[in-house]
Design a protein around this ligand. Structure first.
Ligand SMILES: C[S@@+](CC[C@H](N)C(=O)[O-])C[C@H]1O[C@@H](n2cnc3c(N)ncnc32)[C@H](O)[C@@H]1O
Length: 205
């Protein structure tokens, strides 16, 4: 299978080579919470949760947040962070492959931050099908779409991670028959690595 393996991600966490990690929750998540877009009582999943900064913020806001990650080191770090914060009973972390995991029942929302761009595009259709299957009709996908286009794309070369989440490719993955799209332009955040992330909220039909 093309793209990074479970061992690739595990080694990044074990060796501390995690330049994508802000050391705190994403500012857009804070905005969505402050704007009341994400509210207490929601059942929300964070695929590829890494060290779990967003889980902690969500749990403190009273959201039933479940993080998924298939790196045991990331899972351990996220669990440690939640435990050391104390009183975060709302949040859980599961060691799971996002391409295989299924919830017991449909969920309200997914917070997608740097999981799509961590997967090789060969796996994107599978991942998009997963998110569609997990979220209940009327539920929402809060997405930060990594814009990481490289010059080599002009020659057809696929480079990553992070893989460039071209907006046209994302429209094809989450088509209008399945998802309601807000009108652009979308808020953009500059990532510490120099990439930009587009913040988009889709509603599952
Ligand atoms: C670039 S990191 C982002 C972590 C976190 N979302 C953040 O922004 O700090 C990608 C994460 O996705 C996880 N991941 C990649 N492929 C996965 C898969 N198939 N199943 C579960 N987790 C996966 C990696 O272990 C890693 O923690």
């Amino acid at each position: 299978m093309a793209g990074p393996t479970q061992d690739f991600w595990q080694q990044r966490f074990v060796s501390g080579q995690i330049p994508w990690d802000r050391g705190e929750a994403h500012p857009q998540l804070l905005s969505w919470l402050e704007q009341g877009e994400i509210t207490a009582g929601l059942d929300l999943v964070v695929p590829g949760c890494g060290r779990g900064h967003e889980l902690l913020l969500l749990a403190k806001a009273g959201i039933r947040a479940r993080g998924l990650d298939y790196s045991p080191a990331a899972v351990a770090m996220a669990r440690t962070q939640l435990a050391s914060a104390g009183g975060c009973d709302f949040a859980q972390v599961e060691e799971a492959d996002v391409l295989a995991w299924q919830p017991r029942s449909a969920i309200d929302a997914v917070y997608e931050q740097t999981c799509l761009c961590a997967l090789h595009p060969d796996q994107w259709l599978r991942y998009a099908d997963q998110l569609h299957a997990w979220i209940k009709p009327g539920g929402r996908l809060f997405a930060l779409l990594m814009q990481a286009r490289r010059d080599s794309a002009g020659q057809g070369i696929v480079e990553g991670p992070p893989y460039h989440c071209d907006i046209q490719a994302v429209r094809a993955l989450f088509p209008a028959e399945r998802w309601t799209w807000p009108a652009p332009p979308y808020p953009a955040h500059v990532h510490a690595q120099g990439w930009t992330e587009l913040a988009v909220v889709l509603t599952r039909r």
